[in-house]
Ligand binder design. Structure first.
Ligand code: GDP
Length: 198
């Protein structure tokens, strides 16, 4: 079953205290401009389910979408946008950290990283935040179409190598993804379906 196709918008919230009651959910996080909204739109086969930002870092709310199995997909605000004032940035990193560590029904995390700039400091921080939950993380190396076939193979391998220390403490998987070419959709769907089945 394709979990993402025909996903429906459910609700949007600005504060953790307003999070809706759900059964099980997966969350999408990533640096601002990493390609998160495009990935969500590609996976769900919508052109505008998630808002692709012209101004990175502008959307700071948490969007919920209902998947075809009754589970939920959560679009978290992008982090790391340089032009956001420090206080606001810190507020959102804390909020993200709180959500990742305390949301009981969060069964797994999809972390989007631009394949050309993987594993930035804040990405590692997100992995650290999430590690305490013992829940799996699946990394999408997005915009893979911007790399040659050879660079794609090299990037995948070097990211896996850099993740070695993380494998010891949490379940981390990684794949190449391209919203432009619609590559990698089945792989994500399979991973997420397994999370819901566990
Ligand atoms: P977000 O801030 O993480 O939600 O990133 P967006 O989805 O808004 O994408 C940021 C920019 O990267 C936009 O200009 C997108 O068109 C572009 N982009 C996203 N995914 C891809 C992709 O798979 N291939 C290419 N070539 N560009 C992409």
């Amino acid at each position: 079953m394709n979990l993402f196709r025909h996903a429906q918008f459910y609700t949007t919230v600005n504060h953790l205290k307003d999070l809706p009651t759900t059964t099980a959910e997966i969350a999408f996080v990533g640096r601002s401009n990493a390609g998160k909204s495009s990935a969500i739109n590609t996976l769900t086969n919508h052109t505008r389910l998630a808002y692709v930002s012209k101004t990175p870092g502008r959307t700071q709310h948490i969007n919920f979408f209902e998947l075809t199995n009754g589970g939920f997909m959560v679009d978290l605000p992008g982090y790391g946008y340089a032009q956001v004032p420090e206080a606001i940035r810190r507020h959102w990193v804390t909020l993200l950290g709180d959500y990742l560590q305390t949301r009981a029904q969060l069964i797994g995390l999809i972390l989007i990283m631009d394949a050309r700039h993987p594993l930035k400091e804040l990405d590692k921080q997100m992995l650290d935040f999430f590690a305490v939950t013992n829940r799996p993380v699946h990394i999408l190396l997005s915009k893979a179409d911007k790399l040659s076939k050879n660079e794609q193979i090299k990037t995948l391998s070097s990211v896996k190598k850099a993740l070695q220390p993380y494998f010891a403490r949490q379940q981390v998987t990684v794949q190449l993804f391209s919203s432009l070419k619609k590559h990698g959709i089945d792989e994500v769907n399979q991973i997420v379906a397994d999370w819901f089945d566990q």
